[in-house]
Design a protein around this ligand. Structure first.
Ligand SMILES: Nc1ncnc2c1ncn2[C@@H]1O[C@H](COP(=O)(O)OP(=O)(O)OP(=O)(O)O)[C@@H](O)[C@H]1O
Length: 205
């Protein structure tokens, strides 16, 4: 997947969040979007995911030189973000099985192996509502990283994670992020240290 933005701008009411944003995000590379609180990182990520309209310029998604219908971009997107919820009434096993009825996991990854990889095996049959905030974040990361998509969008991915969780995140990205397009929104280097390109949203005001 390649995402090409040309003079793209997004505003809420009269306030421009970013403007004149021209950039190309290319599969096989990793990018960090940085900037102060409220500067528009999450907004840009949602535009890149195809789930939010923009107000000027262009945003094109393509794969293998062929344009992707904006209505179908979601099929290629995995996202982990603080504003996305998990189904708390389910166990992690039920939740990841349910998720795979919409989006399958990467070849070779099963619900059981995903749960084990994120260190939740002992809590696999517990309802997610009884999980700690760090355990819930591990569920969100599993759902995002193990989905078989070309675009991985991570908004503050280490929220609530302990040091072991941060190490786990980095090793999952190392192992499963290769050959995909990975974009991280963060101001914390422990979350985006692996990224090859750093974009400061403040440069597009
Ligand atoms: N749906 C919305 N309607 C109106 N304004 C919005 C909406 N969503 C976001 N905003 C505004 O857009 C601006 C950018 O918000 P955004 O969440 O993208 O920032 P951010 O850089 O991700 O912030 P943070 O670092 O705090 O997560 C903020 O001023 C916010 O209030």
């Amino acid at each position: 997947m390649t995402i090409s933005l040309s003079d793209t701008g997004k505003r809420f009411n009269r306030e421009w969040i970013f403007r004149h944003f021209s950039y190309q995000f290319i599969q096989g590379h990793s990018y960090a979007i940085t900037g102060a609180n409220g500067s528009g990182k999450s907004t840009l990520l949602q535009v890149l995911s195809g789930s939010m309209h923009f107000n000027e310029g262009k945003c094109d998604w393509s794969s293998g030189g062929k344009s992707i219908d904006p209505e179908k971009v979601f099929q290629q997107v995995s996202i982990c973000a603080p504003y996305l919820e998990v189904v708390e009434e389910m166990t992690v096993t039920e939740f990841l099985d349910f998720h795979q009825s919409f989006k399958s996991f990467l070849p070779g990854v099963t619900t059981a192996s995903a749960i084990e990889l994120v260190g939740l095996k002992a809590a696999a049959d517990k309802q997610i509502r009884y999980y700690s905030s760090g355990m819930k974040q591990r569920v969100k990361l599993a759902q995002c990283i193990f989905s078989d998509t070309s675009l991985v969008l991570l908004d503050e991915p280490c929220t609530n994670l302990d040091l072991t969780g941060i190490d786990l995140y980095n090793s999952l990205i190392e192992q499963y992020g290769r050959n995909r397009l990975v974009i991280v929104c963060s101001n914390d280097k422990t979350e985006y240290g692996f990224c090859e390109e750093i974009i400061n949203i403040m440069d597009y005001k």
